[in-house]
Structure formats: structure tokens, C-alpha cells
Design a protein around this ligand. Structure first.
Ligand code: FES
Length: 100
């Protein structure tokens, strides 16, 4: 496997009036997560990719972490640090944000 962890964050934008991750600030979450991972020197081990719709629009911002296949929903900018610290660094998923 190329990366130890691979994170996909939905940045999909839907029509006005429909819930979507883009409207809930997913691009800023992608940027914050990438920056924090880079700062920690983990860029070669942990990869963050923008994703299209993950079919969890009402639970956005949605993301999934592989290889575990742990899904998170309603993620905000404030949750980024905890996901990195708990899940990515110590392997303990953030249960309160889990959707699957
Ligand atoms: S818009 Fe993000 S899951 Fe559908």
C-alpha cells in the first residue's frame, strides 16, 4: 500500500436548497487537514484527497478514512485537530463523529 492512511473529503456542491458538503465548508477542512499533516512531516504517509459526492449529503461535511473504512459526518473545522490527533496519530477513531 502506498499510503498508511488515505482520507477522502467530499467537496461536492449541489444545487441551491440542497444540502452539500461544499456549502458547509469542506474546502477549508481539506486545506486545514493537509496543512496540519504537512506540518507534522506526515505528507508521505497520510494522503488527503478531495472527493466528489459520497452520498451522505445531509451528514456533511462527509469524509472516509482508509484502510479502516471509517466514515465521519458533520465534520467541522474544529474537529480536524481531534481527527488527526486521535485517529491518524494513535489509531483511535473519533466515535462521536462516526457515521459508519
Ligand atoms: S455533497 Fe458531500 S456527500 Fe453528497
Amino acid at each position: 500500500m502506498r499510503f498508511e492512511k488515505h482520507i477522502f473529503i467530499c467537496i461536492n456542491k449541489r444545487d441551491p436548497g440542497k444540502e452539500c458538503c461544499a456549502a458547509k465548508g469542506s474546502e477549508a477542512i481539506v486545506d486545514a487537514m493537509k496543512e496540519e499533516i504537512k506540518k507534522r512531516g506526515l505528507a508521505g504517509k497520510i494522503r488527503v484527497n478531495k472527493a466528489g459526492c459520497l452520498d451522505q449529503c445531509s451528514k456533511g461535511v462527509s469524509m472516509v478514512v482508509y484502510p479502516e473504512g471509517v466514515w465521519y459526518g458533520k465534520v467541522t473545522l474544529e474537529d480536524v485537530h481531534e481527527i488527526i490527533e486521535s485517529h491518524l496519530m494513535t489509531g483511535k477513531p473519533v466515535e462521536r463523529l462516526r457515521t459508519f
